[in-house]
Design a binder for this molecule. Sequence first.
Ligand code: ADP
Ligand code: MG
Length: 346
Amino acid sequence: MSRRKKEKTNRKVIFLLLVSFALPGCGSARHDQKYSETKMLMGTIVKIDVCLDQARLSEIKDAYVGVWKRLEDISSRMSFFNEHGDVARINQSGLNPVSVGEDTYDVLKESKGFSRLTDGAFDVTVGPLVELWKESERNNSLPSQEEISETLSAVGPDNVQLLAEQHVRLLNLKTRIDLGGIAAGYAVDEAARLFRRQGITRFFIDVGGDIYVGGKNCSGEPWCIGIRDPRDVSKIIDIVQVTDKSVTTSGDYEKFYVIGGHQWSHIINPVTGYPQEDVTSATVIADRAVATDALATALCVLGGEEGTKRIDALSGQYASLIIVKQESGDIRKWESEEYKKYKYKK
Ligand code: ADP
Ligand code: MG
């Protein structure tokens, strides 16, 4: 690995540890026992804690084996880079139907739903735009408006057709699918499902900032998730208290493209073709991580006012905190109505 690449990876790893995380308890100083395993997977750090019941330790360890295997499967099927995976096979298929795994098919179906729900702000066909911006970073030169317009013609959920019997077909030769904004969330939900199937109900799962907490924490209280202050990541801007919920934060300061010394967000507006510029971080709370992952990405595109309005209109299903940069250099916090209910008040 080159030094530059290594430095970038390290920076990302540090950030991922910081973006949002479980606190031992909001008020209590009790630290009850938990069992923990951590791995690098899906290009990020995956950390799973289970509240420890000594009598069931070997059962808990067995459950982890199943969960890691499932996460590895999802990762290899949904990776943009694994040429044997479903996503790469679709992307290389020309216009031919491709048979994919049930999970990839489900994620593509969910993705279309979240595109509709967000009026196209979430769109897994951003693949060609992601490639264009990566290429621009390599050349240290912004893409031209012509290149962006041309690339945009291959972007849009209608370019992906979901056929019967788990077959998928691209309708445009240049369309490329990128599940980077949703696959981790799906993986988190699957891990939670597998633990519950084994009768394990109190756990904390974190796939690079996509979090799910099962039941009460290991002190018997709701889990407390700290959300970092984007102005100073050594500080917490908010704490939310949750049980059986997913909390996902997408930020603009974790992964980005550097072109001409300027940092461009890795989240791209599928309508304009440009990286979003206003949102520093968006956090979503909901029952499923597949939803919080997709919506946190979408809210970065929609922005504070529009994003919050839409979340509020979905009558209590989702909660959001959107942190927006102001011209003054300060930030503005946009909290949805539902979010206020989760916020921990000292
Ligand atoms: P992270 O958790 O890594 O911060 P996100 O869940 O916010 O990431 O997803 C960002 C990734 O999703 C990008 O790196 C890219 O692969 C893809 N992506 C970028 N823009 C969009 C978009 N508007 N809709 C869906 N996926 C996107
Ligand atoms: Mg996402």
